[in-house]
Design a protein around this ligand. Structure first.
Ligand SMILES: [Zn+2]
Length: 359
């Protein structure tokens, strides 16, 4: 048991998207689609991820997001089976997405259609709420994110429900855009990394998974750092580009890491704590503490123990050892010892901190 790893990176498959009238459906070219709901958690699979986008979105948004997802898979390995839903703004298109999703659940998981539809319409993490949030975000010109639904372990899938990736379509961005197409692609990498984290804890029992799961700073920090670093590289080597409708504009790994450093320092000064206090509801519960300082914690650890230490060493043993044990096994210190060491690093001058980042 434990997370299975591929032999190495593969060539990214091409995104193949089809306009189905009321929604857009994408798979990877030449990849088979899973039949039924086999339990393949933790295994490297051959099946294509499936992306379904609301019908009111330009098909190029779906193509770009799918391209990013297939690229992430080619770098980190293919886990799933994976379903990635991207919501839009239009209500009828939102309903068509709910219908697709629930027919899928009836077919593959034997769910009752009416129960599924009701849940997707009313639940805080459902598809309708994600659509509604897009509507609100459009008015306030802020950015939306995506979530991996941890409950979908029971469905034997990795399921993502995403807000509109505004950056992939410039027409949604105002005169002073707060996001770019590259930022939206980074979000897809971030979410997919969560998919791998989830694949590493295969127990069907939620409490058993929770007891082995890392704290928020580690989960978010590793997803964010790995996504920032990998999309930085993929842009540099020309694999990650934008279509003509993508929101151009700068997106720079070092710039963001500097922002994360400065703003998380501000947060810690204000809350009087450190990354250990950045969980939900804790005294330093905020984005920059969990994601920003978390990303720096991973930058620090991977600088010392290698970039492969997460995917090749820690996640493959987390099921067996739990987070604390897997951390000790990988980084040769306890989490508590790390907090002390990392707090010392956080007190260094910024130039010394920035110097540990890969170019
Ligand atoms: Zn996340």
């Amino acid at each position: 048991m434990g997370l299975e790893r591929p032999d190495g990176p593969t060539e990214a498959k091409k995104a193949q998207c089809e306009d189905k009238g009321t929604y857009t459906y994408c798979t990877g070219e030449g990849m088979p689609v899973v039949v039924g709901a086999p339990d393949l958690y933790g295994q490297v699979i051959e099946y294509s991820p499936e992306m379904v986008c609301a019908g009111d979105l330009d098909i190029r948004i779906c193509e770009e997001a799918m391209h990013a997802l297939l690229l992430a898979i080619s770098v980190w390995g293919n886990y799933g089976p994976l379903e990635y839903y991207i919501t839009g703004i239009d209500e009828d298109a939102g309903q068509a997405l709910v219908d697709f999703y629930c027919e899928r659940r009836a077919e593959r998981n034997g769910h009752r259609l009416s129960d599924c539809v009701q849940k997707q319409q009313e639940w805080g993490m459902g598809l309708e709420n994600a659509r509604f949030n897009n509507e609100k975000h459009l008015e306030s010109n802020s950015t939306g994110g995506a979530v991996l639904d941890w409950e979908t372990r029971q469905l034997n899938i990795l399921q993502f429900t995403a807000g509109l990736p505004w950056g992939l379509d410039e027409s949604y961005l105002g005169p002073k855009p707060t996001t770019t197409g590259y930022g939206a692609q980074k979000t897809v990498f971030h979410e997919y990394f969560h998919g791998i984290q989830q694949s590493a804890l295969t127990s069907p029992n939620g409490a058993a998974r929770d007891s082995k799961a890392p704290p928020r700073w580690f989960t978010e920090g590793s997803a964010e750092y790995m996504a920032q670093l990998e999309t930085h590289r993929q842009r540099a080597n020309g694999n990650l580009t934008l279509t003509e409708i993508g929101g151009q504009g700068d997106y720079d790994f070092h710039f963001w890491m500097r922002i994360y450093l400065q703003l998380s320092k501000q947060t810690f000064a204000r809350c009087g704590g450190f990354i250990a206090d950045s969980g939900w509801g804790d005294k330093c519960d905020d984005y920059f503490a969990a994601y920003g300082a978390g990303a720096w914690a991973i930058a620090y650890l991977t600088n010392r123990y290698g970039e492969d230490s997460l995917l090749e060493v820690l996640y493959p043993v987390i099921e067996e050892k739990g987070f604390e044990g897997a951390f000790l096994h990988t980084f040769e210190m306890t989490v508590e010892e790390f907090y002390v060491e990392f707090e010392n690093f956080f007190a260094l001058p910024e130039t010394e901190q920035m110097a540990i980042l890969p170019q």
